[in-house]
Design a protein around this ligand. Structure first.
Ligand SMILES: Cc1cc2nc3c(=O)[nH]c(=O)nc-3n(C[C@H](O)[C@H](O)[C@H](O)COP(=O)(O)OP(=O)(O)OC[C@H]3O[C@@H](n4cnc5c(N)ncnc54)[C@H](O)[C@@H]3O)c2cc1C
Length: 403
């Protein structure tokens, strides 16, 4: 086996209430050659395939399941440039210069993703503000420092005190940061649209096809499927989500468990301005609205990754999320239509690992950890496109192995 094998999610997700356009795929029946092989047909594989096929590289994607059957389908898809690790905290971890660069790059990636979504004509993605509520990690005073750090980096952010927060949003907390220009998407329709665009540029998707072995030679990498077919490529990319490649150093990567609920549709827009809301707490609660006025609310993370233990807690975690949501917005109808549990990856800094795998030439990993996974998928696509078309990305060092 070339990657971990995990039960990634359980329960009925909100995205299952509608049909998603099928990602065109077929079975692999022979050995093939390609410029790029991407292992994984989730949102990371889709973004990379779209970028690379669009740049004229011959691109093949394989998945041991069918497309869109991994973590992407469980995602709540609050696509934020605001990294889970506050700028002030990230500066203490990796130094101010690098932290500012990571936050700015995340902002740029989100802007680029919004442009791509506009170009693809996706109707169910919407630009949203965010509200980052004071919590046990950052109180109101620390949030003001965070605002100052963000504003100094050119990332506009506004502090709201207790009274403003209550008057404008009806939320009783000591304070919050208002952020701008983030995205609420449907992860399945976005992934599907990206694959469509990639396929229109010649990309091919093969599934189910499990890669069980990878070897790197002087000029090429070779991947072998469980059926014994070989795919020779100039560059191989692991976009395998939380099923980590065996050849990747596991240091600093953790897989935890998380739970999500989605309410019944509310009679009116659930809260003013439909901001996406999250807390400066650990573990945090986060929420967003949908286009049919439901509330998706997730959190209550636990550090273990055993799927049986995770699933046994679905009922209890559903009640907890329901109670916490009701406390924040007492007027909401918190009856539940959907509840699910999933694996969830994290890193020490909250940043992803994207780069060539040490000791394996031509083999990259694009492992977008944490609550900003989708933004990181876009960064991975940009870094790979630049590297494979002969350029040098000035931010590659921020995400490379061993940094
Ligand atoms: C509950 C939940 C909420 C989240 N909320 C957010 C959020 O609000 N905002 C955000 O930005 N991110 C969020 N994330 C994170 C985000 O969803 C993930 O970062 C993203 O979906 C990962 O996509 P991926 O394509 O890398 O992985 P996946 O979608 O898991 O795709 C990887 C694919 O690789 C395939 N694969 C693995 N090994 C092999 C092999 N050996 N051979 C062939 N195929 C293989 C798997 O079958 C799988 O289909 C959330 C995640 C979860 C679980």
């Amino acid at each position: 086996m070339a990657t971990d094998d995990r039960d990634l999610r359980t329960g009925r997700t909100i995205w299952q209430r509608m049909r998603t356009p099928r990602v065109p795929h077929r079975r692999l029946t022979r050995n093939i050659d390609t410029d790029v092989l991407i292992i994984g047909a989730g949102i990371t594989g889709a973004m990379i395939a779209d970028a690379l096929a669009g740049a004229g590289l011959s691109t093949v994607v394989v998945d041991k399941r069918r497309p869109l059957k991994g973590a992407t389908s469980a995602s709540t898809a609050l696509v934020l440039y605001e990294i889970d690790t506050p700028l002030t905290k990230l500066s203490r971890k990796i130094g101010q210069d690098k932290a500012v660069r990571a936050w700015r790059r995340s902002r740029l990636a989100l802007t680029a993703l919004a442009a791509r979504i506009e170009e693809l004509g996706l109707a169910d993605a919407a630009q949203r503000k965010t509200l980052y509520l004071a919590g046990d990690e950052l109180n109101a005073k620390a949030l003001k420092r965070e605002r100052d750090a963000r504003n100094a980096a050119g990332l506009e952010s506004v502090f709201l005190g207790r009274t403003q927060l209550r008057q404008r949003f009806g939320i009783a907390r000591a304070g919050a940061l208002l952020g701008f220009g983030n995205l609420a998407v449907n992860p399945k329709t976005l992934t599907s649209a990206l694959f469509d665009a990639a396929c229109a540029n010649g990309a091919r998707v093969y599934a189910p096809a499990e890669i069980v072995d990878v070897s790197a030679a002087r000029t090429r990498a070779v991947a072998t499927t469980g059926d014994g077919h070989r795919i020779r490529c100039r560059t191989l990319v692991f976009a395998t989500g939380y099923e980590l490649p065996d050849c990747v150093p596991a240091k600093g990567h953790t897989i935890a468990s998380t739970w999500v609920i989605a309410t019944v549709p509310q009679r009116r827009v659930p809260w003013p301005e439909q901001c996406m809301i999250w807390e400066a707490s650990d573990p945090y609660l986060y929420m967003r609205t949908t286009d049919d006025n439901r509330v998706i609310c997730g959190g209550e993370d636990e550090e273990f990754s055993d799927d049986a233990d995770r699933d046994a807690l679905i009922e209890r975690k559903t009640r907890l999320l329901q109670t916490r949501l009701g406390k924040l917005f007492p007027g909401l109808d918190t009856r539940i239509d959907f509840a699910w549990a999933a694996s969830f990856g994290g890193s020490k800094t909250g940043l992803p690992t994207i780069g060539e795998i040490p000791g394996m030439r031509h083999c990259w990993a694009a492992l977008g950890y944490g609550g900003n996974g989708i933004t990181y998928s876009r960064i991975a696509a940009e870094l790979l496109r630049t590297a494979l078309t002969g350029g040098r990305d000035p931010d590659a060092d921020l995400f490379a192995f061993g940094t």
